[in-house]
Each structure stands twice: as C-alpha cells, then as structure tokens.
Design a protein around this ligand. Sequence first.
Ligand SMILES: CC(C)(COP(=O)(O)OP(=O)(O)OC[C@H]1O[C@@H](n2cnc3c(N)ncnc32)[C@H](O)[C@@H]1OP(=O)(O)O)[C@@H](O)C(=O)NCCC(=O)NCCS
Length: 188
Amino acid sequence: MTFYANRDRYGRRSCFTELIGIRRLGGQTDERYVVSVQPSPTITYRGFIPSDTDDLVALWEACGLTRTWINSHDEIAIKAAEDPEGLMVAVASGNDQPAQIVGSIMAGYDGHRGWINYLGVHPNWQRQGIARELMRHAEAYLRTRGAPKINLQVRRGNDAVLAFYDQIGYVDDDVIGLGKRLEPEPDA
Ligand SMILES: CC(C)(COP(=O)(O)OP(=O)(O)OC[C@H]1O[C@@H](n2cnc3c(N)ncnc32)[C@H](O)[C@@H]1OP(=O)(O)O)[C@@H](O)C(=O)NCCC(=O)NCCS
C-alpha cells in the first residue's frame, strides 16, 4: 500500500492519501484515482488551562515573542489569575499525533479599549487562517466585555504582521506609541 501526502498551495502536507490506481491521461496521473483515507488535523480554539503553560511558553519562543527580561511563566500566571478567558490557544489534533498548541492570543479590556498581545502561530502552522480565527475569538470576547474598539502595537518594520492586520481590517490610527519603563532598563 502506498501513501502520499497531499500538498496545499504552500507545499504543506494537508492530508494523507492512499493511491488506489493510476490512469494515464496524456502521460499524467489522473488525480481522481487518489482517495483521502486520513483527514487533516483539526484545529480547536479554546481557553487556556494551567497545564498549557510550558507548551505556551515554547510556542511563544518559536514565534519570537519572548524577551530575556520578561518571565513568560509569571505573565501567564498573572493573566490566568486575573482574566483567564482573555488567554486563548489554538490546538491541532488528529492524524494520530498528540494534541499540540499551535497558536495563542491574549486579549484584555482596560475599561476603555480592548488590547491584543501574544498573537502567535507556530511557523509550521502559519498561513492556514489560524491567526485570523484567533483574532475573531478575541474580538468576540472583547465585545462581551464591552470594549468599543481594539488597539494593538506592531513593531515598526514588521511588514508581515502589518500585512496580516491589514487583511482583517485593522488600520493605522496615526498615533505615536509612547512608553516608559517603571523598572530599571533590562541591561542596567
Ligand atoms: C502574524 C501571524 C500571527 C499570522 O499568523 P497566520 O496564522 O499565519 O495568519 P493567517 O493564516 O490567519 O493569515 C491571514 C492573512 O493575513 C495575511 N498574512 C499573514 N501572514 C502574512 C505574511 N507573513 N506576509 C504577508 N501576509 C500575511 C495573508 O493575507 C493571509 O491570508 P492568505 O494566507 O490567504 O494569503 C504569524 O505570522 C506569527 O505568529 N508571526 C510571529 C509572531 C508575531 O510577530 N506576532 C505578532 C505580534 S504584533
């Protein structure tokens, strides 16, 4: 029995297939003879649970979202204690693989605006609509909290992320982002 991996338009394996016959049409394989026998992984979106912590930190590291001077475990614990519903994960399961956290988002309402942090999708799972779906869940959550608008920050020059947000309707607010550290500089 021969198994082949279907590939989507980005070249990723999308499902496993069994080749049950080949018919030559002008020297080419007739794709109708290839049938799917195992479905693509399922992506589930759910709230964070404490046992996710280590996998979530690993995801943030893979996405380049961690900083040496920030303790991710502490941030997760604080968010989980104060606003657990605002921390959501995307979990891939199926194909006899253990369930794996492949995406995350942290949404919060400060009484005036909704904010988004820690949006990340594992590099192996990007461009499959996972971030778009995470944002949809975060927006719905912030709506239930009463937030009339969402603000978020993107590092200058991060054109890929800007392209993503542009796709889902976020526009440049034409403001200057300011910041002030309330702790000593990390390298001090
Ligand atoms: C930004 C990020 C979350 C997008 O996740 P994703 O799951 O790949 O995004 P989606 O598949 O939902 O993308 C939806 C659309 O946004 C646009 N888009 C997404 N990533 C893009 C990229 N790298 N370049 C250009 N457009 C992009 C595309 O139009 C895409 O639709 P398409 O794939 O049909 O063309 C992901 O690239 C990531 O985790 N980056 C590293 C962490 C990070 O920088 N997070 C943001 C902090 S501000």
